[in-house]
Design a protein around this ligand. Structure first.
Ligand code: PRP
Length: 211
């Protein structure tokens, strides 16, 4: 059997992804007690797991240094890269939302509204689909600060529990779409390592349906 390289997204999706591989019979004990290590080799079946930032997972898969990636649909919607999306892992569920201070009127007035976000492509497409010309301001984190400080009229962001919005006095104005973790595969790997990759996909699919 050929070795398969799998890029996992560090952080939010990490635990759920490791649990799925563990539950399908792959010994992931190294990944559970990992310290600061980033690469993990497993012998049976031969898999190299490595941990990367979400957007980098997509880059590694596109370039084929990872055969498989586990990453959020939010990152895929923003990335526009080349890969096959093969499975919805039905975990890491959250939503893309538009949020701001209560009583914000996003549609009133004649001036361009300012939207702060970590996801400029998603935000641009969403407002374009509504026929609205907005100014997008790219923010790297803690986007909730933008409407509080007056940098933007609203934000486009992911919401999981809603705690961050609530604790910062913001509300959901609109829901854009549901999100979850996905398995993506490099286009060439799906041919070159067909047996190994399809084997893994089937194992995980069976497990997800049995849950
Ligand atoms: C995400 C997102 C929200 C928060 C939503 O940020 O941008 O801020 O999580 O989660 P909740 O609805 O459960 O509160 P993340 O924790 O990834 O940190 P960041 O803002 O620094 O990117």
């Amino acid at each position: 059997m050929k070795n398969v390289k799998i890029a996992l997204t560090k952080g939010r999706l990490e635990k759920g992804a490791v649990q799925i591989f563990e539950d399908t019979g792959i010994d992931c004990s190294q990944l559970k007690d990992k310290g600061r290590k980033l690469v993990f080799h497993i012998d049976e079946p031969s898999i190299d797991f490595f941990l990367a930032k979400a957007s980098d997972v997509v880059t590694y898969v596109e370039h084929g240094v990872a055969d498989i990636g586990i990453v959020g649909k939010d990152t895929l919607m923003e990335s526009g890269k080349n890969y096959y999306e093969v499975l919805d892992l039905k975990m890491g569920r959250c939503k893309f939302i538009v949020a701001s201070k209560k009583d914000t009127d996003l549609y009133g007035g004649y001036n361009h509204k300012k939207i702060a976000t970590k996801y400029p492509e998603v935000a641009r497409k969403y407002f374009r689909s509504k026929g609205m010309d907005v100014e997008i301001i790219k923010i790297e984190g803690s986007v909730e600060l933008a409407p509080i400080l007056g940098l933007a009229d609203a934000i486009v962001d992911i919401m999981e529990t809603g705690t961050t919005l609530r604790e910062n006095g913001l509300v959901v104005l609109e829901e854009i779409c549901d999100l979850s973790a996905r398995m993506i595969v490099n286009v060439a790997s799906l041919k070159l390592k067909k047996e190994e990759i399809e084997g893994l996909i089937n194992r995980i699919q069976e497990y997800l349906y049995s849950k």
